[in-house]
Design a protein around this ligand. Structure first.
Ligand SMILES: N[C@@H](CCC(=O)N[C@@H](CS)C(=O)NCC(=O)O)C(=O)O
Ligand SMILES: [Fe+2]
Length: 354
């Protein structure tokens, strides 16, 4: 199986990508709205087709990417029925399966952090995605969204701890830099829920957590009750060229587009002078500003025309797009593959040798 654990640093949320290598069908558990573009780029680069997004619960601290990914990629949305969210394609109940290729995920109702919390268990019980029911050496709070400590205690002890001890536990969040645990490990070492701890001890612990409400809660909960559909139109994707967004976070333009639109953009070549005038030559009309002096010389550029940045292979110019973005240029893209691909595709150059 193809498996990736992705992280949103803003909310400390984990998103999980699972895919069947033969059919290339994928699903995403707990995608984050602001990371939808990143997730879509990864899915594209791995050659996958996103069949489903699944949410473990109605999140209080971030907006789900479910709606946005359905818009972008045509994936379908599955949510726990008990969470009360509207606008999904499937409403899951305890025991329901969601398939991707030859594999499937089973819903296990594990309420307590919220009343609709669901743990998703892989068909061979090798992995469980516990959302905020069970965290690594911790658990989700129980002081809002119909949270209830006694209910959570029974969900973890009777349902999650009934899974095989070898089953890896992937949580919805981690606030300390931990990434994965197992059922056996949490049974022994969870300071709130280990098998040696009683129900009343747990309830007492949870009653006195004293946490401030999540900063995004007032905006996140209503948005998540609509599967992350925004109230207002979201920021436009760049439309000055058919750009692609890489998993590394870079906007790229293909050489054949640049060749047809040379006059509409400003081309900045960030190689060294010897390379610019060397055997590879340069794109006609390109201006030379070596990467090392780009920060100091970005004042020479105007914002009227979009900027396409070029180097030998596309690596230094990718870095240059980030520098220019920080300097306030919003229409910037990297020439995919740099001069090497430009030459390989036999487009015109100034200077250089045949
Ligand atoms: N400071 C965080 C708080 C996040 C928070 O409360 N997270 C919930 C999950 S939605 C939780 O259960 N946290 C458990 C904990 O912090 O121990 C924020 O503002 O987003
Ligand atoms: Fe949560």
């Amino acid at each position: 199986m193809i498996f990736r654990q992705l992280f949103d640093p803003q909310s400390s949320t984990y998103t999980y990508l699972l895919a069947d290598p033969a059919s290339r069908e994928a699903l995403l558990i707990d995608p984050v709205f602001e990371q939808a573009r990143r997730d879509a780029a990864l899915i594209d680069e791995l050659g996958l087709k996103l069949a489903w997004t699944l949410d473990t619960h109605v999140h209080a601290d971030h907006v789900t990417g479910a709606w946005l990914l359905r818009e972008k990629l045509g994936s379908r949305i599955a949510v726990p029925k008990a969470g009360g969210a509207q606008g999904a394609d499937r409403f899951l109940q305890d025991g329901d399966d969601v398939g991707f290729g030859t594999r499937k995920i089973k819903s296990l109702a594990t309420p307590g952090h919220t009343s609709g919390c669901t743990t998703y268990v892989l068909d061979d019980q090798s992995m469980a995605f516990t959302g905020d029911a069970l965290l690594i050496r911790g658990c989700g709070r129980t002081d809002f969204q119909q949270g209830d400590a006694r209910t959570l205690f029974h969900s973890v002890r009777e349902r999650i701890f009934a899974l095989p001890e070898r089953c890896l536990v992937y949580p919805g969040h981690d606030y300390r830099g931990l990434s994965v645990t197992s059922v056996g490990e949490e049974k022994l070492f969870n300071p709130r829920l280990a098998e040696s701890i009683g129900e009343d001890d747990f309830v007492g612990y949870m009653t006195h957590l004293g946490l401030a409400h999540p900063k995004q809660m007032e905006a996140a909960v209503p948005a998540n009750l609509k599967c992350g559909k925004p109230l207002h139109q979201t920021a436009q994707e760049p439309d000055w060229a058919p750009l692609t967004y890489t998993f590394a976070g870079i906007w790229e333009v293909q050489p054949h587009w640049l060749e047809e639109h040379l006059r509409e953009v400003r081309i900045v070549d960030v190689r060294e002078p010897a390379e610019f005038n060397g055997p590879l030559g340069h794109v006609p009309g390109a201006q030379l500003i070596p990467l090392g002096s780009l920060n100091g010389r970005s004042g020479e550029l105007t914002k009227e025309k979009p900027i396409v940045v070029v180097c030998r292979s596309g690596a230094r110019s990718a870095q240059a797009t980030v520098l220019l973005g920080k300097a306030g240029f919003d229409k910037v893209a990297n020439l995919s593959g740099g001069m090497l691909r430009w030459r390989a595709q036999r487009f015109a150059v100034e200077g250089g040798t045949e």
